[in-house]
Structure formats: structure tokens, C-alpha cells
Design a protein around this ligand. Structure first.
Ligand code: ASP
Ligand code: MG
Length: 448
């Protein structure tokens, strides 16, 4: 069997769902399990709902309903309306219990999950109308998670059994199960979500749990690219990438994949293909285990990525000199606040860390001041040079920093992983740094 996951733009309107139907139809012999995101923009709109005054909530829900009904009408789906309305009624019930601006994370998850429930109803109906036998499967009881609402972690124990129980019977009967990405529930049945962009993660979790032959991630670009094409028009598609590279790229801002997606696949040895649903015949990027530089792709650098919206915290402390366990105690502060650190650089008396905005910077500083003087640098960007065995590549650092010598580089972290070199710049310099590095390593579209 295979897993086919369709992102928001790949189910965004009637033509997109029409393309989805053809893609899935062509794969029926391979026993596809379909995982869908919400229609593009719907999750954002849902998350904004609890902040709105009550009258505006009503009109917004109606507008979302209309959009889904229009898609249904355009696809000639007559029977789906009651199911869509039922989800809307549950949504309105949840909202009614939430005072404007006072949603708990748990309530937010109930609200935001509506998008995938709507889209999966449309998709299952569209497949059925096109003569592909499809069944709607509720992802929530399958993807059991902890109770960290809005960014829940899936429980891996028992997942294979729950997934087999839910999906094997329809697959064996030659039917196409359609389920929701992003959604899960706690052991006691309270709905959760896996965090923004979490549908990819659902797909790879299920693919790994079911021992899929591959996981296909259908999106709106041709695959994983050497840089964000909006920033660097001459960016190239990577024909192959390793799981590790894909994970690093996702962590450093490549919007194509959710950062956690690759872990289940690495363990299960399942390959992943990123494909463009707007041009389904293009080869996309195949993500596989271990990868070595090939003659075809001589450059050890594979991609340039960046992430704006970062704050640097610098702790200067005389106490650090030779004190064992210092870094550990600093990290405990971040752990305590539930904040993860992206880039870390240390010297004898300084430690610099980056956190994603918005982070509870004031509270972090308060606790970190116990260790020394803390300075905060907001509005920074992390730039990451990602590739194969960068640590072992001579002269690479010189090449990188020569390429960006016109930009002020603030924190450098090299060799922390074999596959990336990262540094921090002011946010407004981020785009130029990416362009300069892309020129250096990939020229104008030629492999560097
Ligand atoms: N719909 C969710 C989001 O927008 C999950 C996803 O699309 O992956 O974050
Ligand atoms: Mg996505």
C-alpha cells in the first residue's frame, strides 16, 4: 500500500480536487490511503474565529461553509452537504462555549480540526462520484497523542495496531480510505492537533505504521528545491534528498515539509516522494535513507534555507569558564518554558541561542539572568547551508562566508550536524544572504 497526502492547495478548490481524483485513481492498484489537509487558508481562518466577536464568528463560519458548498456544487456532489453542515454545527457548539479571545489550547484544537474534517468529506465524496470506491475514516482514534494541545505528540506504541484496524479492512476490500491529516486525540478521546503543517506528519506516521511502500506528499511546488523559488527564481529541484536533509530543510524554513515528518520514515525504511499536484507527471523529489554525493551533483551543498522571526539570546557569564553542567542548566530553563532552541553557539564566556518568535522572552531572560548578563536581539533570521558531509568539506566555510561578506553575520554554528552550517543575520539581510549563497553554490541554475 502507499500513502498519498494532499496539502491545502492540492485540495483548495474544485479543479484541485478534480486533479486529486485523477492522481488517486491512477494509483488504485497500489492501494492508496489518502490523507488530506484542510482547504488552503481554512485552518488560519478557523484559528482566528475564537478571537472574533460573536456576530462576526457566525458570518465567518457561514463564509467557510459556502466555500465548501461551492466546491461541492462545482464537483457535482449532491450528498455531501449534510456531513459538512454537521461539522459546522459541532464547530458552532464549541465556539458558543468560548468567550471572545479566551480560547484554551484544547478549544482551539477542536475548532481548527474542523478544516480537515470538511476537506476529507469533500474528497471522499469526489472520489465516490468519480467511481473510485472510497471510505471516510476518522483519524482521531487512530492517531493517539499526549495532551499538549495545539502541538500534541503522537504515541507510537499501539499505532500500528490501531492503523491496521482502521485501514486494513477497506484496503483489503479494494476501497480507498480517506482520512484527516493534522488530527489526533488523547487516550480519553479529547481532540488534539499535531501542530501547524502537521498533515505531513500524519502521512508519514501512518505510512511507517502500516509499512507503506512509499509516502507521497502532494504539494504545489515541484519538490524540495535548492532555495525558496519566491526568493531565488533560478532555484532547482533536488531529484533526490536524504531523510536527514529533508528534515534539516524543513526545520530551517522550507515550507514543503513539516519538520517532524522524516523521523517515522527513517525508522521504518519507507521512502517519501514530494510531488506537484498541479503537474503530476513531474518526477518530484525522492527522499531516501543515506545519500552520498554523486558525480551528477558534485556540490556538497544541496540547498540554502532560512528562517526569519528569530530572537537571539546572548548570555555572558564569567562563571561559565570550566564550569561543568553550565550548558545543561541553561537548557533546563528553556525546557521549563517549553521553548526549543534552534541554533547554539558557545565561547568561553558567552552562550548564544536562538528561539523562534513569539517566545516568552521576558520570562526566559528573568530566569537566565541567574547565569549572567543577558542581551536580547530580536528580528533575526537563521540562514542554513545544507548538504552532504559539510563538516568534511575543506574550504567550505571560507566559501560560505566570502559569499556573504557584505552582510553582518552574528552567530555561527558549524559542525553541530554533518549536514548544515547555520548562521544568524538581521532579518532584513536574510533574503540577500540566501541569494548570495545560492549564486555561490548553484550559479545561475547550473550545479555548482
Ligand atoms: N491544516 C493544517 C495547517 O494548516 C495542517 C496541514 O495543512 O498540514 O496547519
Ligand atoms: Mg503543509
Amino acid at each position: 500500500m502507499i500513502v498519498c497526502k494532499f496539502g491545502g492547495t492540492s485540495v483548495g478548490d474544485a479543479p484541485a480536487i478534480g486533479r486529486l481524483v485523477e492522481i488517486v485513481r491512477a494509483r488504485v492498484p497500489e492501494q492508496p490511503l489518502v490523507v488530506v489537509s484542510a482547504l488552503s487558508g481554512v485552518t488560519d481562518a478557523l484559528l482566528a474565529l475564537p478571537g472574533l466577536p460573536e456576530d462576526l464568528r457566525g458570518t465567518t463560519v457561514r463564509r467557510m461553509m459556502d466555500r465548501h458548498l461551492e466546491v461541492a456544487a462545482a464537483l457535482g456532489l449532491r450528498d455531501v452537504e449534510p456531513a459538512l453542515r454537521e461539522e459546522a454545527a459541532v464547530l458552532e457548539q464549541t465556539l458558543a462555549a468560548v468567550a471572545p479571545g479566551a480560547a484554551t489550547p484544547e478549544a482551539l484544537d477542536r475548532v481548527s480540526g474542523t478544516g480537515e474534517r470538511w476537506s476529507s468529506r469533500l474528497v471522499v465524496a469526489a472520489l465516490a462520484a468519480a467511481g473510485v470506491e472510497a471510505v471516510w475514516v476518522d483519524a482521531r482514534p487512530v492517531v493517539r497523542t499526549d495532551d499538549r494541545f495545539t502541538r500534541a505528540s503522537p504515541e507510537r506504541a499501539g499505532l500500528s495496531a490501531r492503523a491496521a484496524h482502521a485501514f486494513r479492512p477497506p484496503l483489503a476490500a479494494g476501497r480507498v480510505p480517506v482520512t484527516q491529516g493534522f488530527l489526533g486525540s488523547t487516550a480519553d478521546g479529547r481532540p488534539t492537533t499535531l501542530g501547524r503543517g502537521g498533515s505531513d506528519f500524519t502521512a508519514t506516521l501512518l505510512g511507517a505504521a502500516l509499512g507503506a511502500d512509499r509516502v507521497e506528499i502532494w504539494t504545489d511546488v515541484d519538490g524540495i528545491m535548492t532555495a525558496d523559488p519566491r526568493l531565488v527564481p533560478e532555484a532547482l529541484v533536488l531529484p533526490v534528498a536524504s531523510h536527514l536533509e529533508a528534515a534539516e530543510l524543513a526545520a530551517f524554513g522550507a515550507k514543503v515539509l513539516h519538520p517532524a515528518t522524516q523521523a517515522p520514515l527513517v525508522e521504518a525504511g519507507v521512502p517519501c516522494v514530494v510531488l506537484n499536484s498541479f503537474a503530476p507527471d513531474r518526477p518530484g523529489t525522492t527522499i531516501v535513507a543515506g545519500l552520498h554525493p554523486t558525480a551528477e551533483w558534485a556540490s556538497p551543498v544541496r540547498a540554502i534555507s532560512w528562517k526569519p522571526g528569530v530572537t537571539v539570546l546572548n548570555i555572558r557569564s564569567g562563571k561559565m569558564l570550566g564550569a561543568s553542567g553550565f550548558v545543561l542548566r541553561v537548557f533546563e530553563v528553556f525546557d521549563h518554558h517549553g521553548v526549543s532552541v534552534d541554533v547554539l553557539a558557545t565561547s568561553e564566556v558567552n552562550i548564544s541561542l536562538t528561539v523562534e518568535e513569539p517566545a516568552p522572552v521576558t520570562a526566559l531572560c528573568h530566569d537566565l539572568e541567574a547565569f549572567g548578563d543577558v542581551t536580547v536581539y530580536p528580528s533575526r533570521a537563521i540562514v542554513a547551508v545544507i548538504g552532504i558531509d559539510l563538516r568534511g568539506t575543506r574550504g567550505l566555510a571560507a566559501r560560505i562566508f566570502r559569499a556573504v561578506q557584505h552582510i553582518n553575520v552574528e552567530v555561527i554554528s558549524q559542525g553541530a550536524s554533518e549536514i548544515n552550517v547555520t548562521f544568524v543575520v538581521r532579518e532584513e539581510d536574510g533574503a540577500e544572504a540566501v541569494r548570495a549563497l545560492h549564486r555561490e553554490f548553484f550559479g545561475n541554475g547550473a550545479h555548482g
